[in-house]
Design a binder for this molecule. Structure first.
Ligand SMILES: Cc1cc2nc3c(=O)[nH]c(=O)nc-3n(C[C@H](O)[C@H](O)[C@H](O)COP(=O)(O)OP(=O)(O)OC[C@H]3O[C@@H](n4cnc5c(N)ncnc54)[C@H](O)[C@@H]3O)c2cc1C
Length: 485
């Protein structure tokens, strides 16, 4: 396994990347720059390396030490499994078995329908990148710049120019923004959190270092009851925690497991697939279930058409769906591996994990740790319990621009605009970023959850890999002829 830092070794340090001409040194104007260092960035990079002609140049700017693994795939816990079967996780949409082959070659006993560890998936991605980078004769000029992009401007000669936090600048004709989304804020106003309780709150559970501060029998309160919560419960157990875990979320809804076999995928009835009304779709769905179809199969059958259905909805319908249907959608669409579900259910049955449905009202100092108060769903009674730690697992932040100083700066300059539901950036159907005047910006693209306003379901690897190949095709078609040849 070649680590990414090893791949870059032997090439000029990125900040010195210059094209030397006879009489002067001019900064390199890259044909493509990818900004970001998570799955979206690695997927775009892999497809660019396969498709760009050797005469082209590209750079990746990212600050993540585990390039390509991002939040999702840098975990070292084997128990952190993919929530999509291995047979659907190849980074190459046209070679669906690629990841399964990698698992076989590495003696991992996971079939196409099985759920590999997320850490292994991160290794797979880096292996695929490494082998493309080793092919020096056929690949593009490639630089990896370990930095964060701080702001961006546009000039007609230099294309898009990024100022990096290492004090250098980078210019590119085409840019792909792969910045991910931030962690959601705590669902509570600051003045409802006692100062003394602040140190008890884990705001970003993805920094797994918080686990080493937890005592074996501490009481943990997890806010949110989705996939992140399940991840953290399992990580706590692996870390030796044996105390009670209290889960609090508005509805107390938990993720469902995948079915054991994958042959359940059922096509949605053709007239439903064309439906413009969510209520009609739901009615038809229920009818198919009453007639014996497995709901998981129907949900899987819906996957290839979800983006199209979303795009048919009006803004009002989309807003209504987010308001009333999001929690239900998430638990049915984003399911967990059966084995993980069983482990979690065992912890619930044994009384180690308890789930409460209610609205968080305050976090105060308690006689031991913090006192968490909430209003119970339905009964509206006030309840409270003590917890040593409160862990924010309410998910990913959805107002995509607010978390990123780079995006906020680009928004101020009018280079980008937030989409109307605040899910991320405004992009067109080709993932081309739309500016504040509603014009697509040729050469500026976004990939991943930032484009949820246009595509809705664009967080899972099977969706992002397709988007990555489409964006790469658009970039190739924009290259000047002297680079294309
Ligand atoms: C815990 C978890 C488990 C998941 N499991 C699965 C699964 O099993 N199957 C599946 O299909 N999908 C899964 N997903 C969903 C999906 O794979 C992820 O959403 C995907 O990894 C997102 O990648 P990303 O690159 O868009 O974002 P991120 O992983 O968030 O990466 C964004 C990167 O951009 C960098 N960055 C941000 N700003 C800047 C800047 N200004 N300059 C430079 N770099 C910057 C960040 O440091 C980060 O490295 C999971 C997601 C999570 C969080």
């Amino acid at each position: 396994m070649i680590l990414f830092s090893g791949i870059a070794a032997g090439r000029p340090p990125p900040q010195q990347a210059k094209r030397v001409t006879a009489d002067e040194e001019a900064p390199l104007l890259y044909d493509v720059a990818v900004v970001g260092a998570g799955f979206s960035a690695i997927a775009v990079t892999i497809h660019l390396l396969r498709s760009l002609p050797p005469s082209a140049s590209m750079a990746v700017v990212g600050d993540d030490p585990g390039f390509g693994r991002g939040t999702a795939y840098r975990t070292e816990f084997y128990i952190h499994r993919l929530n999509v079967p291995a047979g659907r996780m190849s980074v190459f949409p046209e070679e669906p078995e690629d990841f399964v082959r990698w698992l076989e070659q590495h003696a991992r006993k996971v079939s196409s329908e099985g759920f590999a560890s997320r850490g292994d998936y991160g290794l797979y991605l880096r292996d695929r990148l490494a082998s493309l980078l080793r092919d020096h004769d056929r690949r593009v000029t490639f630089d990896f710049i370990k930095a964060k992009a701080q702001n961006c401007s546009h000039s007609s000669e230099a294309g898009l120019v990024f100022k990096l936090d290492n004090g250098t600048e980078l210019s590119a004709r085409n840019v792909v923004l792969c910045l991910g989304v931030g962690n959601a804020d705590l669902p509570l106003k600051q003045d409802h959190i006692a100062i003394g309780a602040q140190k008890r709150i884990v705001r970003n559970p993805w920094r797994l270092s918080w686990l080493s501060r937890v005592g074996r029998s501490d009481t943990i309160c997890i806010l949110g009851s989705g996939l992140t919560m399940v991840d953290q419960v399992l990580a706590l157990r692996v870390h030796g925690h044996r105390g009670p875990i209290r889960v609090l979320s508005r509805r107390g809804l938990l993720p469902h497991p995948h079915a054991q076999a994958s042959h359940l995928a059922k096509p949605i009835e053709p007239e439903l697939a064309g439906s413009r009304e969510i209520s009609a779709l739901l009615q038809g769905f229920r009818r198919q279930v009453r007639n014996g179809a497995d709901w998981r199969g129907l949900m899987d059958g819906l996957r290839p058409m979800t983006q199209g259905l979303w795009q048919q909805l009006s803004s009002d319908q989309r807003a209504r769906l987010l308001r009333h249907g999001l929690a239900w959608w998430n638990i049915h669409r984003h399911r967990i591996a059966p084995e993980i579900f069983l482990r979690f259910e065992t912890l619930r049955r044994d009384g180690i994990v308890t789930v409460h449905a209610g609205f968080l009202e305050a976090i105060e100092e308690g006689h031991r740790g913090a006192l968490v108060s909430y209003r119970q769903r339905q009964s509206h009674r006030s309840r409270s319990f003590n917890a040593d730690w409160i862990v924010n697992c309410t998910g990913m932040e959805r107002a995509g621009v607010a978390h990123s100083p780079l995006l906020k700066g680009m928004q101020r300059q009018g280079l980008i605009a937030a989409d109307e539901l605040g899910l991320g950036l405004s992009v067109d159907k080709d993932s081309c970023v739309i500016d504040c005047e509603g014009r697509p910006q040729p050469g500026l693209y976004a990939v991943g959850a930032l484009t949820a306003g246009q595509f809705w379901e664009i967080t899972a690897a099977p969706d992002i890999r397709v988007q990555a190949t489409n964006v790469v095709s658009a970039i190739i078609s924009r290259l000047p002829h002297d680079v294309q040849d």
